[in-house]
Design a protein around this ligand. Sequence first.
Ligand SMILES: NC(=O)c1ccc[n+]([C@@H]2O[C@H](COP(=O)([O-])OP(=O)(O)OC[C@H]3O[C@@H](n4cnc5c(N)ncnc54)[C@H](O)[C@@H]3O)[C@@H](O)[C@H]2O)c1
Ligand SMILES: O=C(O)C[C@H](O)C(=O)O
Length: 332
Amino acid sequence: MAEPVRVCITGAAGQIGYSLVYMVGSGAVFGADTPVILHLLDIAPMMSVLNGVCMEISDCALPCVRDLIPTDNPEVAFKDIDAAFLVGAMPRKEGMERKDLLAANVKIFKVQGEALDKFAKKSVKVLVVGNPANTNALICAKYAPSIPRENFSAMTRLDQNRAQAQIAQRLGIPVMDVKNIIIWGNHSSTQFPDVRHASATVNGQKVSVYDAIKDDSYLKGDFITTVQKRGGAVIAARRLSSAMSAAKAACDHMKSIWQGTSEGQYVSMGVFSDGSYNTPEGVMFSFPVTIKDKKWSIVMGLPIDDFAQGKLDATAKELCEERDDAIAACQN
Ligand SMILES: NC(=O)c1ccc[n+]([C@@H]2O[C@H](COP(=O)([O-])OP(=O)(O)OC[C@H]3O[C@@H](n4cnc5c(N)ncnc54)[C@H](O)[C@@H]3O)[C@@H](O)[C@H]2O)c1
Ligand SMILES: O=C(O)C[C@H](O)C(=O)O
């Protein structure tokens, strides 16, 4: 068996945590032959619930789980970790936008950035799930200056999965036959789910999604708004924000980092913008990326038409506003 990977999951006593701890423990992310030591962080009042989660994980008798470390102490949670899923944060309620969570959540990511900086391995890969995810990831990285900023990313994989599922359902094909849908920008209602470069395999033939769907007004209208508003629709239906699908997407995201992307395929994640595609440098912008040896590269050279450029500009503007608000909130 390989060396154990130390994995921290924050908010482990919460909704997403309940699915995520199991999925990571089952070997779905780091591999069925890789033992994991799970560092599970939550706040002090949740320790009894967290102990219950640990009892259940233990009762699952998962071969990959080498050890469980439940704690409310960030030093213990982040000590020598290889990977972190930063989930612990307040979820939004009906009627809120994700950016309304900024004031409540951003300081958690400042404190956790400082703790990661002190206690985690410098090679740690940090995935931020807690909302507003892009801007929380930016703040977390800012307060962890000794860790390369490329090691931080924000989750837009749930949006990618949602978009892929919508197209597959529309075409009546399996989800795996839809490839390379892109989520640009913020994990918010300004995100741009883009199928212009995506392909679908229909009746054994690989064609562009545009040619397969043959409905411009759907692809430029309802498809985009459905994906943009899917989180809110789940909240309206469940009275709770998405959890199982969020945990699955977090696993997909970290698995892409750990195991790389396959030839010809890309995935979307919020990463530091280097100004590519005329986006503002330094914000955590969701781009299509390929990954090799745990390092991501933005897919370059995709044509951007006027419609797409308008969408990219709108989500970029929101990310700049969030960044400025977050930096101000951290100084109070
Ligand atoms: N990026 C995405 O696609 C995506 C998808 C779904 C949910 N989310 C976000 O994920 C976050 C968690 O959602 P949830 O449904 O699991 O919420 P939840 O309220 O069920 O669980 C959150 C957990 O985090 C804990 N927590 C709070 N502050 C903490 C801290 N400082 N350190 C450690 N733990 C802390 C809470 O005690 C709780 O157990 C929310 O912000 C939600 O909006 C993001
Ligand atoms: O929408 C939310 O607030 C939760 C999450 O970000 C989601 O997309 O489901």
